[in-house]
Every structure is written in structure tokens, then in C-alpha cells.
Write a protein that binds this ligand. Structure first.
Ligand SMILES: Nc1ncnc2c1ncn2[C@@H]1O[C@H](COP(=O)(O)OP(=O)(O)OP(=O)(O)O)[C@@H](O)[C@H]1O
Ligand SMILES: [Mg+2]
Length: 207
């Protein structure tokens, strides 16, 4: 049975699509059967997937719209080890459907107050759907204490944070533009190491 992860965050541009793609590719790199579902009408990952070269790691990919998400997930459950769902910003109904289908809601969060505020809405929907959440920091700047401050805030509130942040790295954007994950485009780089660490953290959540 697959472990289903919905990557959700009401805030636009928090890194949902980047995290979903890199997580799915890193899981595939570790030998797992990974499926990636684009449930965002913006179609970001659908465009990304269209760019994937034939030599890229094997990944099941679908772009089901809203109400078809549960059907797609149910069908893929038997044939995949992990199903990763990218979800839209703002649209609570669509992201709620994705969260309902998930075993875990993964919330990427840039170390900013705007992302912290937007996270509240996502947490409320996950709680209403009785789904466990895990937060991860994304685009952590190399300098400064913003990430530490956000981590402290989350800890105070007893919110679980994965020990596998993504730094603010051009390698993620560069890989994405080629339809790749960082582990495919620059396997020895820092971004690839972070993607592998995230995949490992998600494997632990699944057990
Ligand atoms: N760790 C990172 N390092 C560098 N750039 C990043 C990182 N994560 C995301 N980005 C960049 O930030 C922008 C937004 O990322 P992304 O599209 O993944 O966010 P999103 O939450 O899916 O956005 P939307 O809400 O519009 O769906 C993109 O230009 C992406 O390349
Ligand atoms: Mg997106």
C-alpha cells in the first residue's frame, strides 16, 4: 500500500511544486515506486513533467482535476510505494480533497511571517480532515537567523518539523526548468543531498 503525501500550503510560491517534484524524484532514486500527481489547475508540474527527458528516473505521473483526485490515488495505491500530491494555493476545496486522500500533509514554509500566517489556514484544514502534518523549511537563506526563529516558533507550538530543510539554491530552480529533480541534474550537489534527506525523512514518517 502506498504512503500518500499531500504537499500543501495556502501561501502561493511557498515551494509546494518544487518540494513535491524533488521528493518524488529522490524517492524514485532510492528505488521506490513513486507517483506524482499534479492537482493544481495551474499545471506547474504538468509542464515540468512534459520536459522530462527519456533518461530521467521512472515516475508515474497524472494530473487529475479536483474531484477525480481520490479515484487516481486509489488506483495508484496498489502500484506505488509513495504517492506525492502537489496542491494549489488559495483554493481550499481542492487542497482539502487532496489532504483527505493523504496519510501525511507536508507543509513547506519559507522562513517568513507571511508563510507562518498562511500556514494557519492549511493547519486548520488538515485538522478538520484529521490528517497528521509535518512542516519543512524551504528556501532557507545561507545567512541570518530567520530559519532558527521560525523553528523556535514551531517548537513552542508543538508542531512537528522535519529535520530536512531545503536551502535557497539555484540548483532547485535550474533542475526544475529542465523537468528534473536536483538528484538527477546535479547528483553531487547540496540540493541533491537535501532532497535525499527529505526522502529519507518521509520514509521514516511512513513506517
Ligand atoms: N529551495 C528553493 N531554492 C530556490 N528557489 C526555490 C526553492 N523553492 C522554490 N523556489 C522557487 O520559488 C518559486 C516558487 O516555487 P514553487 O513553484 O515550487 O512554489 P509553489 O508553492 O508551488 O507555488 P504556487 O503556490 O504558485 O503553486 C519558483 O520560482 C521556484 O523555482
Ligand atoms: Mg505550485
Amino acid at each position: 500500500m502506498a504512503f500518500v503525501v499531500a504537499v500543501a500550503q495556502r501561501k502561493g510560491g511557498a515551494g509546494k511544486s518544487t518540494v513535491a517534484a524533488n521528493l518524488a524524484v529522490a524517492l524514485a532514486a532510492s528505488g521506490a515506486r513513486a507517483a506524482l500527481l499534479d492537482t493544481d489547475p495551474q499545471g506547474t508540474l504538468t509542464r515540468w513533467h512534459g520536459l522530462r527527458p527519456e533518461t530521467a528516473l521512472p515516475l508515474s505521473f497524472e494530473s487529475p482535476s479536483g474531484w477525480r483526485v481520490p479515484q487516481s490515488v486509489d488506483r495508484l495505491r496498489k502500484e506505488a510505494d509513495f504517492i506525492i500530491l502537489d496542491t494549489p494555493p488559495h483554493a481550499d476545496t481542492d487542497s482539502r480533497i487532496a489532504m483527505r486522500a493523504a496519510n501525511l500533509v507536508l507543509i513547506p514554509l519559507q522562513p517568513s511571517v507571511a508563510d507562518l500566517w498562511a500556514m494557519e489556514g492549511t493547519l486548520e484544514v488538515a485538522a478538520a480532515e484529521r490528517r497528521p502534518v509535518a512542516l519543512m523549511l524551504n528556501r532557507v537563506p545561507a545567512q541570518g537567523r530567520a530559519a532558527e526563529q521560525v523553528a523556535a516558533t514551531l517548537k513552542e507550538r508543538g508542531l512537528p518539523m522535519l529535520p530536512s530543510p531545503f536551502g535557497n539554491r539555484t540548483a532547485f530552480a535550474a533542475a526544475f526548468a529542465e523537468g528534473l529533480g536536483a538528484v538527477e541534474s546535479a547528483p553531487r550537489g547540496q540540493a541533491a543531498a537535501e532532497a535525499h534527506a527529505l526522502a529519507e525523512a518521509i520514509r521514516r514518517e511512513a513506517t
